[in-house]
Design a protein around this ligand. Structure first.
Ligand SMILES: Cc1cc2nc3c(=O)[nH]c(=O)nc-3n(C[C@H](O)[C@H](O)[C@H](O)COP(=O)(O)OP(=O)(O)OC[C@H]3O[C@@H](n4cnc5c(N)ncnc54)[C@H](O)[C@@H]3O)c2cc1C
Length: 464
């Protein structure tokens, strides 16, 4: 083993796959510490939410882009498929390093994993230094007057909005060019392909026509959106047939761009260009939902599997494997729903309004558990994100915080008339395909859903 370099640092990349505005990398640059860069693939540590197929496709290409970005600065990205603690201890030993950095993750099961990893490293004489990232406010950093978590978005956002400038004030302290490579890591090949993230069956080739993972692409998306779409965003974001939203969600999930940077850019534009201020405020509040989702998952760590409104946990949902399979394949016979499910299957992404409509059909008209929908989204979305997905599904099922009331049931036909009046979206994803007869009668299944929900509400009232 070469002699230990006390200044050297190993940085463990996770969902911070970027060089700019990366808190741990800024700290390393400040120290002028020689650094070794590592990505570890240990999906079983993420169980029960191991990344799905579409996420793995994104991850593969994002790591390749990160490797290129590092190579352009004379660094290497070492990719290892192994258990995290063991791999870090071995790498530190092999490269004579005694300090490890990472940016924190907040999914409850990963917080626990990271605590175990830190303990193992400490037991082996390796220091750890971790940083907040991916959030505007650290978990627990926004509480209501009773010092309790907000359960409703509007007051949460009112408070967060007042403090946005403070949340972005830590940006741009040190230019990233000051990162210096750790000698022992130089020349190590980027081995993303060795992680086997890509399914041997090339079903995922179609995703490349719709997305470009990586930091540079994330910046292009942000700049393109702010320049061309922000002004019309409040209206255009509702229309699935037009490209009215930012499609930043996968970039944000993988940490290819810093949420503080996105917020700061939107704030600047909102202040400088009055014609963009309505669009800017709306966009900021959608980013606020992302923040809210993270705080909710932190405060209610079982909300990825249990309804926050416990009245809807037991005996509420129906087993219907056939209905679920038809929903997944976009064969419900209901045009807007089938168009949405096919958009998801072909592109790994689905418009937010359509996510709500397909979610409402699954949980309300078909009465299937919201977790079945959440799991399908988890496998098929390139932006699959535990906090946003759990919040979105609980919201649409009417059982989460600040949820749509259970009696709000989206009618896909009237939604199509309102938000896809010329049928452009439906036409794009269904083309000339002949649809089967609808698998549910929308009116009758709505009536049954209302009965089911209200029976549970009354049952809970009697029990209390
Ligand atoms: C049932 C359901 C499941 C969902 N699952 C996910 C998921 O796994 N991953 C995910 O990122 N989003 C999820 N969402 C939220 C939302 O649909 C997507 O974030 C949005 O469609 C992404 O597109 P965009 O980047 O163009 O959004 P934009 O309209 O451009 O919004 C900008 C950003 O704000 C955030 N955002 C917007 N809407 C929401 C929202 N409702 N909740 C939380 N954050 C939001 C996202 O980070 C998004 O990138 C889900 C919504 C529903 C109803």
């Amino acid at each position: 083993m070469p002699p230990v370099d006390p200044a050297a640092v190993l940085h463990w990349f996770r969902r911070d796959l970027r060089l700019a505005d990366n808190p741990a990398l800024e700290w390393i640059a400040e120290q002028a510490a020689p650094a070794l860069f590592v990505y570890l693939h240990a999906p079983r540590e993420e169980a029960p939410w191991m990344p799905g197929g579409a996420s793995n496709w994104w991850l593969h290409h994002s790591l390749a882009a990160l490797g290129e970005g590092l190579a352009a600065q004379g660094h290497s990205l070492i990719c290892v498929a192994d258990e995290s603690a063991a791999a870090l201890i071995r790498l530190c030993h092999d490269h004579a390093i005694r300090r490890v950095t990472w940016n924190r993750r907040y999914e409850p099961h990963l917080v626990a994993r990271d605590q175990r990893v830190a303990s193992a490293l400490h037991a082996n004489g390796i220091e750890t230094r971790t940083f907040d990232d991916g959030l505007l406010f650290p978990p627990g950093g926004l509480l209501n007057r009773q010092h309790a978590p907000y359960r409703v978005f509007t007051p949460f956002w009112r408070e967060a909005r007042k403090r946005l400038i403070e949340a972005t004030s830590t940006l741009n302290r040190v230019p990233r060019e000051r990162l210096s490579p750790h000698g022992n890591g130089v020349g190590v090949r980027t081995q993303v392909q060795d992680l086997n993230l890509l399914d041997p069956h090339p079903w995922h080739a179609k995703l490349a026509a719709h997305h470009t993972p990586g930091e540079a692409a994330a910046w292009r998306r942000l700049e393109g959106f702010l320049g061309e779409r922000l002004q019309g965003y409040p209206e255009a974001r509702e229309i699935p047939g037009v490209a009215g939203t930012s499609i930043l969600s996968p970039h944000l999930h993988f940490g290819e761009i810093d949420i503080r940077r996105v917020v700061a850019a939107a704030l600047d534009l909102t202040q400088a260009r009055p014609e963009k201020s309505a669009g800017g405020e709306r966009f900021l509040s959608e980013l606020g939902w992302r923040e809210f989702a993270r705080h909710i998952l932190h405060h209610f760590p079982a909300s990825d599997r249990n309804a926050l409104d416990s009245r809807f946990n037991e005996g509420m949902w129906q087993e219907d494997p056939e209905g679920l399979a038809k929903w997944q394949r976009g064969e419900t016979g209901i045009p807007l729903v089938d168009a949405g499910m096919r958009e998801l299957w072909r592109t790994g992404w689905m418009h937010n309004r359509v996510r709500m409509i397909v979610g409402s059909l699954l949980t309300k008209n078909l009465g299937i558990h919201w977790l079945a929908g959440a799991r399908w989204f988890w496998d098929t979305l390139v932006d699959a994100d535990l906090a946003n997905n759990s919040l979105g599904w609980q919201w649409i099922a009417g059982c989460g915080v600040d949820a749509a009331p259970y009696f709000r049931i989206f009618n896909p036909e009237t939604q199509a008339q309102k938000f896809d009046p010329k049928g452009e979206y439906i036409q794009r994803w269904l083309g000339r395909d002949h649809l089967p007869s609808p698998i549910v009668d929308l009116k009758e299944s709505r009536r049954l859903a209302l009965e089911r929900y209200s029976a549970h509400v009354k049952g809970a009232l009697r029990a209390s």
